[in-house]
Design a protein around this ligand. Structure first.
Ligand code: ATP
Ligand code: MG
Length: 653
């Protein structure tokens, strides 16, 4: 048998189907495939129609200028994103509607109406101007999940500065590298932020990061935690002091649709951080349109995306997408298990949250902690659930649907990337019959495809490379000051198509099943197996909460599978259980996928965004040294994984 190097064997088949309920459909924004049909006929006309919902200072002359691999959307158009997220709503009944409902980890609360948020953003935009920030300058933001974070983003957007948000859990080193790469002269931070009952000393970390970084001229510090922090005269400024003196109104800058809105460095699970650069007009139209239709967003919803604004999910689906739609966004500062593992569910009940968008890693953690925590609360306000970040194992999907959604809520499993800016593959909740574990179909106007290494489509149910055939509005513009790397990483593998780096298959109904990253595919005796499927088979065992599978060299098979398994609460390790799990994989997928080694562990090493660090585990179990750790976003992560492996392996399998 000749095995193509690009195709992946698909072993796991999931048969269940969940059509939208009649009750949900009745009220849904879209009930049939009209949007999709419309968009397929003429995608550019479709996006132009979506763009007309927004406030433009000058109209565009061309919807799309496509000079591969560079796309320009709404060429000639001028607009301001903060105007579209704020000013646009002030003329009508949304003026005094809550834009942000926030709860801090210690339990403090704030509500900002659209008018409140507008006032904060205007003042802070003037603060930035007062510190010399000009259109096109890069502003670094390192804040906890407090309302000042969206305020800072929108203030940058108002004056045309390019923001670069760094997740509040990153190290001094990560801040330093990113500020240098972005040539950023100003950083916005807080004294500290609350996380799991402790205070993260953000200002202290910033001080360390910029100690010998001459380029930094200003540090703006918001007082959140009440820490006593040293302030360097002339460089460091208190947020509240600057705000008290700032003028209340800041005229928005008229930005070109093609001007950059922000840079965001990817989490770096696959190597050196890349500065993903996003546009103004195309990005706004892409994220606002997907927010509206994917989440079926209505004025009366209380929408909660649990991501951190340090990740693209927070940029697109906490800040820009929802606020452009005039939605009420719920925001929470802290950890999901503080003070107890029912914190999320307590807030869902108390605030009557209607839409919840979270990550598979969180869902698996909730499963592990046990059903008693969600069961303590009335979750009947929820009407729609979403997931993003990793493939969701069918077992976790079903748990989410039943235990959190009460069997009532559609689930939107949304596939997208920092690079894509917006959701590209997703159900439309009033239209799509979902299948647990499938992100279903491309969003209207998006053309996705699964191909082999020659760029040719693979037959249905055969795994291959996921590519996108045509530009889409929120597509990345380039890698910040590295267009060559942009071309190389995304546009050179398959001619003329955007290379996602993910493996997928399309089933007989045209549904997409994500199979994890191409780099994670393991070659066992001529079969190319995606880690995701073996992990899902393990997770479908009643005692398993979470699993990571990697390959290691094998003299006969080429590679063999090594599995690391985390059990649900109340179960313990035993030889019998290990055998039982191997047998379970054999039954669910087949003998080829049975891990030779299987370790039961307390936790899995994760990236700061909660994804399993397979790349690092793989290199270490294969006995390869991680070459150049300085290219890793977080070199400390390697030591962490090394320590973790020693502990796990030490316990025997
Ligand atoms: P880096 O690119 O730095 O290694 P990253 O890829 O984890 O980090 P993101 O852009 O946040 O950073 O994640 C996008 C990736 O997450 C996708 O390429 C895919 O592998 C995975 N992903 C996101 N959503 C889904 C989903 N719904 N189903 C399957 N995989 C998903
Ligand atoms: Mg990626």
């Amino acid at each position: 048998m000749v095995v193509s190097s690009a195709t992946i064997d698909s072993l796991l088949k999931e048969k269940e189907q969940y059509p939208p309920s009649a009750a949900f459909r009745k009220k849904a924004l879209t009930k049939d495939d009209a949007l999709g049909r419309d968009a397929a006929k003429d995608p550019e006309a479709f996006w132009a129609r979506m763009a007309k919902d927004f406030t433009w200072i000058a109209p565009w002359s061309k919807v799309l200028e496509w000079t591969p691999p560079f796309a320009k959307w709404f060429v000639g158009g001028r607009l301001n994103v903060s105007v579209n997220c704020l000013d646009r709503h002030l003329a009508g009944p949304r003026r005094n509607k809550a834009a942000i409902v926030w709860e801090g980890e210690p339990g403090d609360r704030r509500v900002l109406t659209y008018h409140d948020l507008w006032r904060e953003v205007n003042r802070f935009a003037n603060v930035l101007k007062g510190l010399g920030v000009k259109r096109g300058d890069r502003v670094t933001i390192y804040l906890p999940m407090i309302p000042e974070l969206p305020v800072a983003l929108l203030a940058c957007a108002r004056i045309g500065a390019i923001h670069s948000v760094i997740f509040g859990g990153f190290s001094a080193r990560a801040i330093r590298d990113r500020m240098e790469d972005a040539e950023s002269h100003l950083i916005i931070t807080a004294d500290g932020g609350n996380r799991r009952g402790a205070v993260l000393p953000l200002k202290k970390i910033v001080d360390e990061a910029i100690a010998d970084l001459d380029l930094v001229q200003h540090v703006v510090v918001f007082r959140r935690a009440g820490l006593d922090v040293p302030m360097r005269e002339g460089r460091d400024h208190w947020w509240h002091e600057l705000m008290a003196e700032a003028l209340p109104v800041c005229e928005p800058e008229a930005m070109e649709a093609t001007d950059p809105l922000f840079i965001l460095y990817t989490s770096g699970t696959t190597g050196k951080p890349k500065g993903i650069q996003h546009s103004t007009g195309g990005y706004l139209v892409g994220v606002a349109t997907t927010t509206k239709y994917v989440f079926d967003l209505k004025d009366e919803d209380l929408y909660w995306c649990t991501a951190d604004i340090g990740w693209v999910t927070g940029h697109s689906y906490i800040v820009y997408g929802p606020l452009a739609n005039g939605a009420t966004v719920f925001m929470y500062e802290g950890a999901p298990d503080w003070p107890e593992p029912d914190r999320f569910w307590r807030m869902v009940e108390e605030y009557q949250i209607t839409i919840l968008y979270t990550a598979p890693t969180a869902i698996r953690a909730f499963m592990r902690w046990g059903d008693e925590f969600p069961k303590r609360h009335d979750l009947s306000s929820l009407r729609l659930l979403g997931t993003v970040g990793e493939p969701i194992n069918p077992e976790a999907w079903r748990w989410y649907q039943k235990t959190i959604g009460g069997g009532r809520c559609p689930i939107v499993d949304t596939w997208w990337q920092t690079e894509t800016g917006m959701i590209l593959i997703t159900p439309l909740p009033g239209v799509t019959t979902t299948k647990p574990g499938s992100a279903t179909r491309p969003f209207p106007g998006i053309e996705a495809e699964v191909v082999d290494e020659n760029g040719l489509p693979v037959p249905s149910n055969k795994g291959g490379y996921l590519v996108i055939r045509k530009p889409w509005p929120a597509m990345l513009q380039t890698l910040y000051h590295d267009p060559e790397r942009y071309q190389k990483v995304y546009w050179s593998q398959v001619a003329g198509k955007y290379f996602t780096g993910d493996g997928a298959r399309v089933d007989e109904d045209g549904y997409f099943w994500l199979m994890g990253r191409i780099d994670d595919v393991i070659n066992v005796a001529g079969h190319r197996i995606g880690t995701m499927e073996v992990e899902s088979a393990l997770v479908s065992h009643e005692k398993v909460a979470e699993a990571a599978v990697v390959g290691k060299p094998h003299p006969i098979k080429g590679q063999s599978l090594v599995a690391y398994v985390v059990l649900k609460r109340g179960h313990t390790r035993s030889d019998g259980l290990t055998k039982d799990l191997q047998k379970h994989v054999r039954e669910v997928i087949g003998p080829i996928a049975v891990p030779d080694d299987l370790y039961i562990t307390e936790k899995l090493p994760k990236t700061r965004s909660g994804k399993i660090m397979r790349r690092v585990i793989r290199s270490l179990v294969s006995g390869q040294e991680i070459g150049d750790t300085t290219t890793l976003e977080d070199p400390g992560a390697v030591d962490e994984v090394r320590k973790w492996l020693a502990e796990v392996q030490g316990t025997g399998s």
